[in-house]
Design a protein around this ligand. Structure first.
Ligand code: HXC
Length: 510
């Protein structure tokens, strides 16, 4: 018996060695952790239970039958993050470059199936040369099986992808189907076709970093949410992200005890809005002063900075925060901002996370690029997302809420539940200057008259009361009381239920 047990331990030790010590050393030399070390950082200590450690590939081509490495290039199983179960698949670059074989895909699918059945998030750690070349179409089939599960899991369990090495070709589409993508600077790259193919086809010369490095995807393409300096920072971030999320759409998001009083007032907010309506101020300051303990977990901070998205807590309960940012493009909605916020709002709605919207929006960004780029189509995504969201929705207008953008940004018309405005709010079709120039074109040469018209327009529309008179605003509130009013509204909305029309699914303008 003892010998049998020892043999088991030997087999385990062999599997844990992956592609061998020299490849582990090479991984470390590049500043990367191994697949198993990453799992150790992600999970609570000693909570990881590994599955399928002894799975091997079934390839008999190119001499592959002679090379068997137990586990076949991916470590899978489950553990806990702050006590809640989470499933993981972590590709092992030391084994055939982490490439995906049929067996490797089966292991990933097994944990994805279990996570869906149980209702627990999946974290996928990607570090792979892509399809196992020796297996050909069997490998492509494996990717297909993973994609199907990504789609089936969407909106049911949170899915997070962590890119910690190469992720190229069709392999990028599994992360792309998940809810959040985290990258590691310099070490991770994502592209559909690599630099060599790009050079052949388009004659553009670019290296991997310039084509699909972390900075590209967190600032230009919007593919990734955040990038970190190393594996440990990225994985600790994922732990924090998971703390905001429910395990599935069947369970509410976790409530964390808060020592921040729900009655806390913030006198400094009474002077946040500058005298000059064209002077920017930082919307993040308002968000930080409203959420519990000033903790705002921002997503995509370096992409479409004209809109802020992220998680916070109010009275211990997770909320999704969306806010126009006047310091970037005056807070206008453009294509990127619309897509960024729409995707975030839809995530919150899938997972029963209330949405808190802070509005200071002068409108959609004008311009040929925007029009030709399809701002109509993309802006419609945000409109659609806010409207279809049936979670509790609370909106606070701090300053401008102009035109179509007023409607879009969580207005009463888009079925927001509670709409507040600060006394500094201006709910109107447009700003005074633009309106007067259109309405009084014939007076444009007369400065005195234009000044009078502007003053009269401002008196009539540059305030929240015209909207208040129609019930589009539930109350005009003191800025200092914003947190208190939001806390009360959220508590009131806790049992909100909405009956939506029956249909297969809506046709989101993609
Ligand atoms: C089998 C692979 C492999 C692959 C790497 N290896 N990629 N084995 N299939 N796809 C093996 C290498 O042979 C090597 O084995 C070990 O992994 C490490 O690879 P290196 O090349 O030494 O590492 P490095 O220099 O860091 O380069 C990493 C790399 C490069 C950039 C990923 O290996 C590479 O370009 N690989 C091929 C990438 C590729 O074209 N994949 C197919 C993409 S198409 P030894 O034994 O020497 O250590 C695709 C389609 C998906 O994935 C479709 C989904 C629908």
């Amino acid at each position: 018996m003892r010998r049998i047990v020892e043999a088991l331990e030997e087999k385990r030790a062999l599997a844990r060695l992956g592609g061998g010590q020299h490849r582990i050393d090479a991984q470390h030399k590049r500043g990367k952790l191994t697949a198993r070390e990453r799992i150790e950082v992600l999970f609570d200590p000693n909570s990881f239970e590994e599955w399928d450690m002894f799975v091997e590939h079934r390839c008999i081509d190119f001499g592959m039958e002679a090379t068997q490495i137990p586990g076949d290039g991916v470590v899978t199983g489950y553990g806990t993050v702050n006590g809640r179960p989470v499933f993981v698949h972590s590709q092992d670059f030391t084994v055939f470059g982490g490439s995906l074989s049929e067996s490797h895909a089966e292991k990933i699918c097994k944990v994805m199936d279990a996570a869906l059945k149980i209702g627990a998030p999946v974290v996928g750690i990607n570090d792979s040369g892509g399809a196992r070349i020796q297996e050909g179409v069997a490998s492509l089939g494996g990717y297909g099986d993973v994609f199907v599960r990504n789609v089936d899991s969407s909106g049911v369990i949170p899915q997070i992808s962590v890119i910690m090495g190469p992720c190229a070709g069709g392999a990028v589409y599994s992360p792309a189907l998940t809810d959040f993508i985290v990258m590691v600077k310099e070490e991770s790259h994502m592209f559909v076709t690599g630099p060599d193919v790009v050079k052949t086809v388009t004659h553009e010369e670019i290296d991997q970093e310039g084509l699909g490095g972390a900075s590209v995807h967190t600032t230009k393409s919007g593919v990734a949410d955040l990038a970190f300096d190393n594996d440990v920072e990225a994985l600790l971030y994922v732990r924090r992200l998971l703390n905001f999320l429910p395990s599935s759409n069947r369970t509410p998001p976790p409530v964390r005890p808060s020592f921040d009083s729900i009655d806390r007032i913030e006198p400094s907010l009474d002077t946040l809005i500058p005298e000059n309506p064209n002077t920017p101020y930082d919307m993040k300051e308002l968000i930080l002063k409203v959420v519990d303990e000033g903790l705002f977990f921002e997503l995509k901070p370096d992409y479409a900075g004209n809109i802020l998205t992220g998680f916070g807590r109010i009275n211990g309960q997770t909320v999704g925060v969306v806010g126009n940012q006047p310091t970037v493009l005056a807070g206008c909605l453009d294509i990127d901002a619309s897509i960024k916020a729409a995707r975030f709002v839809r995530f919150c709605d899938c997972f029963n996370i209330p949405i808190l919207t802070f509005v200071d929006v002068p409108g959609f960004l004008p311009g040929v690029n925007q029009e030709h780029g399809g701002i109509i189509r993309h802006g419609a995504k945000l409109l659609f997302a806010f409207t279809e969201a049936s979670v509790p929705k609370i909106t606070v207008i701090t300053r401008k809420a102009y035109g179509g953008a007023y409607d879009v940004m969580g207005s009463k018309h888009m079925r927001a539940d509670v709409n507040f405005a600060w006394p500094t709010a201006e709910v109107a079709v447009m700003g005074a200057k633009g309106a007067v120039e259109i309405l009084y074109r014939s007076d444009l040469g007369d400065k005195q008259k234009i000044a009078e018209h502007t003053e009269s327009y401002k008196a009539k529309f540059a305030n929240p009361f015209a909207a208040g008179r129609r019930g589009f605003i539930d109350d005009v509130i003191h800025p200092h009381s914003t947190r208190r009013r939001i806390c009360k509204a959220l508590t009131m909305l806790r049992n909100k239920q909405v009956e939506l029309p029956k249909r297969k699914h809506p046709n989101l303008p993609l």
